[in-house]
Ligand binder design. Structure first.
Ligand SMILES: CCCCCCCC/C=C\CCCCCCCC(=O)SCCNC(=O)CCNC(=O)[C@H](O)C(C)(C)COP(=O)(O)OP(=O)(O)OC[C@H]1O[C@@H](n2cnc3c(N)ncnc32)[C@H](O)[C@@H]1OP(=O)(O)O
Length: 138
């Protein structure tokens, strides 16, 4: 496995930088050309919570969305937007613990790109599963 750091989008809530977006989570996105997975590792802090100590599901959806978007972007210069996002929260994600999100491009059909993603904890348990249909913008 050889991970390459992707550039991110400066203004992005997930992968931006604090100069362009002070509210960005500022997460780094990596790409493995062998497995064709994206990798986003993160340790949520208390400001990410909904219920105390439990990370907000909407925020996890944003990370999953980005992990999948970059699995397309890693090999395609076209612009895609999220058309449909599905998500299953299998196990709670806790503040202060380490997690990794992976995104994967399953296939393309016409203007659609079908993707999947997971968030796992350090023990390898799947906490969140996601899927999306991205649409290539004309
Ligand atoms: C200096 C550095 C610069 C670097 C730059 C790097 C670039 C960045 C790269 C990577 C970063 C990624 C980080 C971001 C990640 C987050 C992404 C988001 O959150 S995006 C925001 C949320 N999404 C929206 O706001 C979409 C809003 N919706 C729309 O705009 C339209 O509805 C759109 C474009 C999706 C479709 O509209 P139509 O009019 O163009 O096309 P129609 O004819 O409706 O659909 C085209 C095909 O797509 C299917 N389709 C459309 N919507 C669908 C849906 N919801 N589910 C399934 N299929 C759908 C249709 O059935 C049709 O399929 P048939 O061609 O007939 O086979």
């Amino acid at each position: 496995m050889s991970l390459v750091k992707l550039q991110g989008t400066p203004s992005c809530f997930v992968c931006g930088n604090e100069n362009d977006n002070p509210r960005s989570l500022g997460l780094n996105i990596f790409w493995d050309n062998e497995s064709r997975y994206t990798f986003i590792s993160f340790i949520p802090d208390e400001s990410w919570c909904g219920y105390e100590g439990m990370v907000h599901g909407g925020l996890l959806a944003a990370i999953i969305d980005d992990a999948m978007a970059w699995s397309i972007k890693a090999s395609d210069d076209d612009i895609y937007v999220t058309g449909k996002l599905t998500i299953s929260f299998r196990k709670e994600v806790r503040c202060g613990k380490k997690y990794v999100a992976h995104g994967f491009l399953e296939r393309k059909e016409g203007r659609r790109a079908y993707t999947s993603a997971v968030i796992k904890d350090e023990e390898g348990n799947t906490c969140v599963e996601g899927g999306a249909i991205f649409i290539r913008v004309k």
